[in-house]
Design a protein around this ligand. Structure first.
Ligand code: G1P
Ligand code: ZN
Length: 543
C-alpha cells in the first residue's frame, strides 16, 4: 500500500458558501472534485503529524464514499488519528461535541443540512476547528484559495476501511478509531438536563412524537428519548436515517413536517411534538395545536433556563441573528443580561461564546443552541423543552401563553420567494438600498418608520465588520420588516422577507399570525415592489 500523487485540475471559481461547499451529488461525483476540496483543507491545515481529526456525516447518499476518500487522503497527509462515527454517521452537533470532548484538532462534517439528499440531491462538506465550530472566514478563504491553485492531491491506495464496528484499525501509519456516534453526545446531554425529572414525566404517561425526518437525528433521539429516558417505543417516528431521507425535505418547519403538525392537531394528540433536520442541528417545537416559533422558543428557554442543571447558575447573555424576533431581547432585559444581534449564520455566535459573553443563541430558521457545543443543536432544544415541561408541570401551550402574558407577544413570520430570477432579486435589493435614506420618518400604512438601514455588524470580540447583512425597516412601535437574499439557496435567488409586530396587550395575543402581520406585508410589498419585479404573487413558503 502506497501513497499516490494524482494530477487534478483546480476548481474554476467555486467559492464555498458560509456552510462549506454544498453542491449537487452529481458534481461531487466528478473525478477529483471532492479530492480537490479535501486536499485544499489539508494544505490549509499544514503539518498534521500527531493531530487527531473527527469525521462523520448525516448518512445521506455519497456519505460512505466520501468518508473513505477522506480517510485515505488523511492517511496520505500524515494525520495521526481519525475518530469516525460508526457507519460514517455523526450529526453536526455530535461532531462539535466529539471535537471538544476529545480535544481534537478539528473535524470534517459531511452534510448539506436540510437540503434534499439522494443521487439527485445535495451533498456538502465543511471544516470545523478545535472549538468545535465552523472554521472562521480566514480559514475558509485560505481553503478556497487552495482549491483554485491545486494541481494534484495525495491519497493512499489501501483497501477500504471497515466502519461498521466500534474498533481501532490502521490505515497506512494513521490510526482509525470507529466510535459510537451517540455515546459522547448522550453523555453531554445527561449532564445538561434533568434526566430523572424527564424520566418521571414519561413514567407518568406523558406522550411525545419526535419526527426524525428519515435523517440523522433518528438514532440519537431513539437512544436518548426511548433508551435513556424511557419514552415508549414509537415515540420517534421516521427514525431510520435513509440515504435520500425517504424523498422528503428534511427541514423542520410546519410546511415540511406537515405529518407531525397534523398529528398534533388531531384528536388524541400527544402532549408534545418535535422534529429535526438532515444533520440534526435544527429543531421544531410543537404543542397541541400550536407550533412554537423558533424566536419564541429561544426567549422561553432563556426565561426558564435555570430549570436545567447545566444552566442552573443562570445564563451569561443571549445572541440572536438580526432577522430573529426581538422576543429574546425582552427576556435579556428582564434578566439584566446582554442580548447581541448578529448577522444571519451560526458562525457569528462562535466568538461570543468563546469569549464567555453569551450562553444561548438562536436563529429564526429553526436553529437554537448554547455554548455546550459550537453548532446549533436540534435534540438539545427538544431536551430543554422536555426539561421545562417536566420541571414546571405545564403544557407547551401554557408555557407559551404565560410567556406572552408576561413579556408581550412578538407576532412573527418569514415569507420566502424561492428560485426567483437572480437579476430581478439583485435589482430589487439595490432599489431598496437606494430608498433607505428617505424612509426614516415616513408614515407607512398606519406605521411610522423610525429607522431604515442595511445591517452592519461589528464583532465585539475581534472587531471584524460584516456589512450588507439585510435591509431593515424598523417602525416606531418596534415592528420590523427585513429583506435578505439567502446565502444557501441552490437555484436562482431566494428572497426572504421577515415580518415582526409586537403586541403587549394579552387580549390581543390570540390573533392569527398572518392576519396580525397583514399590514406589514402590504408595506413590504409596496416598498420593495417585490411582486412586480419578480412576477411572483405569493411566497413559495411561509413559516
Ligand atoms: C439559512 C438560514 C440561516 C442559517 C443558514 C444555515 O441561511 O436563514 O439562519 O444559519 O441557513 O443553516 P440563508 O439561506 O437565509 O442564507
Ligand atoms: Zn442542519
Amino acid at each position: 500500500m502506497t501513497i499516490q500523487t494524482v494530477a487534478t485540475k483546480p476548481f474554476a471559481g467555486q467559492r464555498p458558501g458560509t456552510s462549506g461547499l454544498r453542491k449537487k451529488v452529481t458534481e461531487f461525483q466528478q473525478p477529483g472534485y471532492l479530492e480537490n476540496f479535501v486536499e485544499a483543507i489539508f494544505q490549509t491545515l499544514g503539518n498534521l503529524s500527531g493531530r487527531t481529526l473527527v469525521l462523520g456525516g448525516d448518512g445521506r447518499f455519497f456519505n460512505r464514499n466520501a468518508i473513505q476518500t477522506i480517510l485515505h487522503m488523511a492517511a496520505a497527509h500524515g494525520v495521526a488519528r481519525m475518530l469516525v462515527g460508526r457507519g460514517g454517521i455523526l450529526s453536526t452537533p455530535a461532531v462539535s461535541c466529539v471535537i471538544r470532548k476529545r480535544a481534537a484538532f478539528g473535524g470534517i462534517v459531511l452534510s448539506a443540512s436540510h437540503n434534499p439528499g439522494g443521487p439527485d440531491g445535495d451533498f456538502g462538506i465543511k471544516y470545523n476547528i478545535e472549538n468545535g465550530g465552523p472554521a472562521p472566514e480566514k480559514i475558509t478563504e485560505a481553503i478556497f484559495a487552495n482549491t483554485q491553485a491545486i494541481s494534484s492531491y495525495r491519497i493512499s491506495d489501501a483497501p477500504a476501511v471497515d466502519l461498521d464496528d466500534v474498533k481501532i484499525t490502521t490505515l497506512e501509519a494513521m490510526q482509525v478509531e470507529v466510535i459510537d456516534p451517540v455515546a459522547d453526545y448522550a453523555e453531554l446531554m445527561g449532564r445538561l438536563f434533568d434526566f430523572d425529572a424527564i424520566r418521571a414525566l414519561f413514567a407518568r404517561g406523558f406522550t411525545m412524537k419526535f419526527d426524525g425526518m428519515s435523517a440523522v437525528s433518528g438514532p440519537y433521539a431513539r437512544a436518548i428519548l426511548e433508551g435513556m429516558l424511557g419514552a415508549p417505543a414509537g415515540t420517534v417516528i421516521n427514525g431510520e436515517p435513509l440515504e435520500d431521507f425517504g424523498g422528503h425535505h428534511p427541514d423542520p418547519n410546519p410546511v415540511n413536517a406537515a405529518e407531525l403538525i397534523a398529528l398534533m392537531s388531531a384528536p388524541g394528540a400527544p402532549d408534545f411534538g418535535a422534529a429535526s433536520d438532515g444533520d440534526a442541528d435544527r429543531n421544531m417545537i410543537v404543542g397541541r395545536s400550536i407550533a412554537v416559533t423558533p424566536s419564541d422558543s429561544l426567549a422561553i428557554i432563556a426565561a426558564n433556563a435555570r430549570v436545567a442543571p447545566g444552566y442552573a447558575a443562570g445564563i451569561k447573555g443571549i445572541a440572536r441573528s438580526m432577522p430573529t424576533s426581538r422576543a429574546a431581547d425582552r427576556v435579556a432585559e428582564a434578566l439584566g443580561i446582554d442580548c447581541f444581534e448578529t448577522p444571519t449564520g451560526w458562525k457569528y455566535f462562535g466568538n461570543l461564546m468563546d469569549a464567555g459573553l453569551v450562553t444561548l443563541c438562536g436563529e429564526e430558521s429553526y436553529g437554537t443552541g448554547s455554548d455546550h457545543v459550537r453548532e446549533k443543536d436540534g435534540l438539545w432544544a427538544v431536551l430543554f423543552w422536555l426539561n421545562m415541561l417536566a420541571s414546571t408541570g405545564k403544557s407547551v401551550e401554557q408555557l407559551v401563553g404565560e410567556h406572552w402574558a408576561r413579556f408581550g407577544r412578538n407576532y412573527y413570520s418569514r415569507h420566502d420567494y424561492e428560485a426567483v430570477d437572480a437579476t430581478a432579486a439583485d435589482a430589487m435589493m439595490a432599489a431598496l438600498r437606494e430608498k433607505l435614506p428617505n424612509l426614516a420618518g415616513q408614515a407607512l400604512g398606519g406605521f411610522r418608520v423610525a429607522q431604515a438601514d442595511d445591517f452592519v455588524y461589528t464583532d465585539p470580540v475581534d472587531k471584524s465588520i460584516a456589512s450588507r447583512q439585510g435591509v431593515r425597516i424598523i417602525m416606531t412601535d418596534g415592528s420590523r420588516i427585513v429583506f435578505r437574499l439567502s446565502g444557501t439557496g441552490t437555484e436562482g435567488a431566494t428572497i426572504r422577507v421577515y415580518l415582526e409586530r409586537y403586541e403587549a396587550d394579552p387580549s390581543r395575543h390570540a390573533l392569527d399570525t398572518q392576519q396580525a402581520l397583514s399590514g406589514l406585508v402590504a408595506i413590504a410589498d409596496g416598498v420593495s415592489e417585490l411582486h412586480q419585479r419578480t412576477g411572483r404573487q405569493a411566497p413559495s413558503v411561509i413559516t
